[in-house]
Design a binder for this molecule. Structure first.
Ligand code: DGJ
Length: 728
């Protein structure tokens, strides 16, 4: 009997009272998939299978016999949660230094429990313990049956005689087998968010991570896709979408091992974050989220969208407000009378709300540019002598709502706040300050700062209860990470996020539904932890519609259209129709000088907003189908279909300006009912133009899906929006 067996047999007796050791299969089943874990005779918990569900559960046992890969030297290659310092030779999910300084960990299955939380949702927990140290990890698997989604996290605890240091503490550890793996990852920068790259995964470790602290996904978001065997397409292939539900530093390791299997380990980035865990303290990791589709990317994203709207996003099934924002119309240069004019324009345009952006606050160092005033959240007396209250009142007079911009986590060194509370600011005490957009980040690990940030929002609502919208910005990353009040600097990045979530939790307890936009100088911050507190996000400051077609396309794999704030601005060379049509493929807003619009342009916008108000339920709640990929051809096409398949809207754009480019072939629609009859009518016609589409013709769903429909996109019709409606 070897060392490991003796220990596990002993722990078995103690913990489960069973003397007979045998395989225990534990499975998490969703509509199409199964994750099957197996505790072997020695109670090692391994991943037996992750893939399409088998008709007979008994056959999962036979899977292993079908794989003739080379020898497994460690016995933990496929571990459900790989410990380090014992037999493991590859990337661990968890790595610890025990109270006595020993660095080894072994985790063996003890027990599991499955709870049904609803018809759709189940929660499996599996307790693992180290046979030598009084150290345990509970793995949680929350499964959403209909949407084939699993959220996975772990809770780490111990009862050792002193503190344990967690060197690595992943949320999840998946293990996949296939004849090759293809990774789609994203990179970016300001105005260049969500740039995709696809590559075959080679042996060794590929790490996707961030160390930016805040607006953590500016350079790289945590969302990714893994195609199995061959790159998946919209409708074909097996693909796993993964993401960490966390707004701070994340790390995902993808390791192709010597057996050619893929280990995915994802969690909080352990960079500069060794965590000291006291006895009996529970360390709960954020959830790693994934969905697996064997019918291509389209189904994977529709599953993700449904899950997000039903279970994750704040008010995911609710309403959203169309708006006019003044950022690009005025920048910092405005006063009350200018804003009163913009409020009139808001009404004239026909949107629901006016959103006052940056520049309305600070007196000692007025916020007239991005160099001063951030942190001093009192109305600037020169610009707003009668305060925000008078704007809210004037908005009411114009029958529109009023919303406001804040960036409460940040401070300009040139501010009253900085002068009064230098110890609230993240900076190294002995080093030169270093700025991102002339600002520093406040230390949210400090409870006093948490109160301050909560107070910024709370004061606004207390003074003006009719405030209807918040745009929460976050422009700086964390340089010189250091807290003046935190005892253990290794906890800094984690405590910052805990502080942020505490504040957001307080805000949502008091103000549960007010819509808030998650903005970060563009798309440097969107994830499914933050979207529990925010109704929408700002994908990028780049609102050039041509760029947005590509960017929104990529975001659409992971986030439903209802979360994507798309504003019509003066970026790009496209006409107003093109700009508005692109912005309509999500949550529509405007950031233009309405009074500068030509008569027909204004008329176009006003009509488009009326149309949007009719079709927005389709865009926000419908099933989204990416029909023609802008990266692959001259035309981009996106379709949204309602659940009854009685109505759809199809957006089509010319994305190539070369001679004679256009929609030469019909574009095949998806998601309709083959047996229904539909009429196809063009929407959003520019005043004075007529449609190239005959709206009186009748087509079967069968025809539209097998033959398709030609939106007649060409250099004279660069943007074409079609409504598809069932004829009864
Ligand atoms: C960055 C945001 O992305 C912009 O929309 C605007 O709000 C500015 N910050 C204001 O400073």
């Amino acid at each position: 009997m070897n060392y490991f067996f003796r220990l596990s047999a002993l722990s078995l007796c103690l913990l489960t009272g069973q003397l007979q050791a045998q395989n225990i299969n534990i499975s998490v089943e969703t509509r199409s998939n199964a994750l099957v874990l197996q505790a072997d005779a020695k109670k090692n918990l391994n991943t037996l299978y992750l893939g399409k569900k088998l008709a007979s559960a008994a056959e999962y046992e036979q899977i292993t016999g079908q794989y003739k890969q080379s020898s497994e030297y460690t016995g933990v290659l496929s571990a459900a949660y790989t410990p380090s310092g014992s037999r493991n030779l590859l990337e661990p999910a968890i790595s610890v230094s025990h109270a006595d300084g020993n660095n080894s960990l072994d985790l063996r299955y003890v027990s599991h429990e499955l709870k049904k939380l609803s018809d759709d949702v189940s929660l499996l927990s599996i307790l693992l313990k180290d046979p030598v140290y009084d150290f345990q990890v509970t793995l949680f698997y929350k499964s959403y049956y209909k949407d084939d989604v699993i959220e996975q996290w772990s809770v780490i605890k111990h009862k050792e005689k002193g503190n344990v240091t967690l060197q690595k503490f992943a949320s999840a550890n998946l293990y996949l087998k296939a004849g090759g793996f293809y990774l789609t990852q994203y990179h970016g920068d300001w105005a260049k968010e969500m740039q995709p790259e696809e590559s075959k995964i080679t042996h060794g470790i590929k790490t996707l991570d961030t160390k930016l602290g805040t607006r953590a996904n500016l350079f790289q978001p945590s969302v990714f896709m893994i195609s199995l065997d061959k790159p998946a397409t919209e409708d074909e292939g097996t693909v796993l979408y993964g993401a960490l539900e966390y707004s701070g530093n994340f790390r995902t390791d993808l390791e192709l091992d010597y057996l050619n299997n893929l280990k995915i380990i994802s969690g909080i980035n352990n960079y500069a974050s060794a965590y000291t865990l006291k006895p009996n303290e529970a360390f709960t990791t954020p959830a790693f989220l994934y969905t697996l589709s064997s019918t291509g990317k389209g189904d994977a994203s529709r599953n993700m969208h449904n899950w997000a709207r039903n279970y994750k996003i704040l008010d995911g099934k609710g309403q959203r407000l169309t708006l006019l924002n003044n950022w690009e119309a005025t920048y910092f240069d405005f006063n009350e009378s200018k804003l009163f004019d913009l409020l009139k324009d808001t009404k004239k345009l026909g949107v629901d709300l006016f959103l006052l952006d940056d520049g309305w606050f600070a007196n000692k160092y007025p916020r007239n540019g991005d160099v001063a005033g951030l942190g001093d959240w009192e109305e600037n007396k020169t610009k707003l002598p009668n305060g925000v209250a008078s704007l809210v009142k004037e908005a009411k007079n114009n029958e529109v709502k009023f919303g406001i911009w804040i960036e409460p986590e940040m401070v300009n060194p040139k501010s009253n706040l900085y002068e009064k509370h230098p110890d609230w600011v993240i900076k190294q005490p002995k080093r030169e300050e270093y700025y991102f957009r002339n600002q520093l980040v406040l230390d949210l690990s400090n409870p006093k700062v948490q109160d301050f940030v909560f107070g910024v929002v709370n004061d606004l609502f207390t003074k003006d209860p009719e405030l209807a919208y918040i745009k929460w910005d976050c422009n700086a990353v964390i340089y010189n990470a250091y807290s003046a009040t935190l005892g253990n600097q290794n906890h800094f990045y984690i405590e910052y996020m805990r502080g942020l979530y505490k504040v957001l939790e307080r805000i949502r307890t008091k103000y549960p539904t007010v819509p808030m936009m998650l903005c970060s100088g563009g798309g440097g911050r969107v994830d499914y932890a933050a979207l529990q507190y925010f109704t929408e996000f700002w994908p990028s400051d780049n609102t050039d519609p041509m760029e947005r077609i590509f960017m929104q396309w990529e975001y659409s794999y992971f986030y439903p259209a209802i979360t994507s704030s798309n504003h019509v601005t003066d970026w790009g060379k496209q006409p107003i129709k093109f700009r508005t049509d692109v912005a309509m493929m999500g949550k529509l807003g405007f950031d233009i000088v309405v009074s500068h619009l030509k008569e027909n342009d204004l008329k176009y916008c006003q009509d488009a907003i009326k149309t949007y108000n009719v079709i927005k339920p389709l865009i926000w709640q419908g099933d989204q189908y990416r029909l023609a990929n802008p990266k692959e051809g001259s035309v981009a096409s996106m379709l949204y279909v309602n659940s009854g398949k009685t109505a759809a809207v199809m957006f089509n754009y010319l994305v190539n300006n070369r001679y004679d480019e256009g929609s030469k072939l019909p574009i095949k629609l998806k998601g309709l009912d083959a047996s229904k009859k539909y009429a196809v009518k063009e929407l959003n016609l520019y005043p004075g133009t007529s449609s190239a589409v005959d709206g009186t013709k009748v087509y079967s769903g069968d025809f539209l899906m097998k033959i398709g429909f030609n939106p007649v996109v060409n250099s004279g019709r660069t943007s074409v929006v079609l409504q598809i409606e069932e004829l009864k």
